[in-house]
Design a protein around this ligand. Structure first.
Ligand code: MN
Length: 258
């Protein structure tokens, strides 16, 4: 059987896309190392498993981003990183498979110039908050003030109909997800997972890890009774204060996966 890839070219495995455009110059090797370490950290902290991914905006071109080829995050090495245009077209994949959901990254970078790194995951702890009517992921402690008062939930049925595979397979769905994220730091995806943004790889990793921890704590606390959530002011102040400690977490986590 002849398979068709994303670009409509036949005879190649699904998710192999023909390169187009030129690379904006090689990123610093330290950045590629940082992105590889981020993949391993997210795997170690169970934010990602065989699936999920993290990207960073290209340091030399805001119209490009860096994301691993199609593979399990824990196995990503600097040589596996591919450059993409914001429309999701690879520049230097050279026949290597790419993630179907790369449009999550490109469309968020297009809609949010402030975002420098994006994590997409199927973190199990957050999934219940996207599938139960009336449930809301909200900050229960000082480590997750970045969640703000309410985490939006993306409903793919409103954009892709009743029979999608729930994946963000094209630019239109990526744009719809980015619009649902709006100016928040986290968006849940009904029946799928979550997408988290930050102003650096370190910040998006920190937020992805503590989004998951907050979900676990909120579920536990809910069994005890009514939860006393952070106020808007506490979210803001705690975000600024704990946010300045991101490097401390990063330095520990990086050593753990070295
Ligand atoms: Mn996904």
């Amino acid at each position: 059987m002849c398979e068709q890839n994303d670009a409509g070219v036949t005879g190649l495995p699904v998710s192999v896309v023909v390169d187009s455009g030129s690379a904006p110059g090689a990123p610093d090797s330290d950045l590629l190392e940082e992105l590889s370490a981020a993949n391993r950290i997210l795997a170690r902290y169970r934010v990602v498993d065989a699936f999920g991914h993290i990207s960073v905006r290209h340091p030399h071109s805001s119209d490009h981003f860096l994301l691993a080829r199609n593979m399990a995050p824990a196995q990503v090495k600097p040589a596996d990183v591919v450059t993409f245009s914001l429309d999701g077209t690879p520049v230097d994949a050279a026949g290597r498979g790419v993630y179907l959901e790369r449009f999550i990254h490109g469309e968020i970078y297009r809609l949010r110039p402030d975002v420098q790194s994006v994590v997409h995951s199927h973190a199990p702890a957050v999934v219940p908050f996207g599938i139960v009517e009336g449930a809301a992921l909200r900050p229960v402690w000082h480590m997750s003030g970045f969640l703000g008062l309410k985490t939006p939930v993306f409903e793919i049925r409103h954009h892709g109909g009743e029979a999608t595979d729930l994946l963000i397979r094209d630019r239109a769905l990526g744009t719809a997800l980015g619009e649902c994220l709006a100016d928040n730091n986290v968006v849940l995806m009904r029946g799928h997972g979550a997408t988290v943004v930050g102003d650096s790889i370190r910040q998006s990793v920190y937020r992805a890890v503590f989004t998951q921890v907050n979900a676990e704590l909120q579920l536990q606390a809910h069994q005890l009774g009514e939860i006393n959530f952070l106020t808007a002011g506490e979210c803001e102040t705690a975000s600024l204060s704990v946010g300045s400690q991101v490097d401390r977490a990063w330095n520990l986590w990086k050593e753990e996966v070295s």
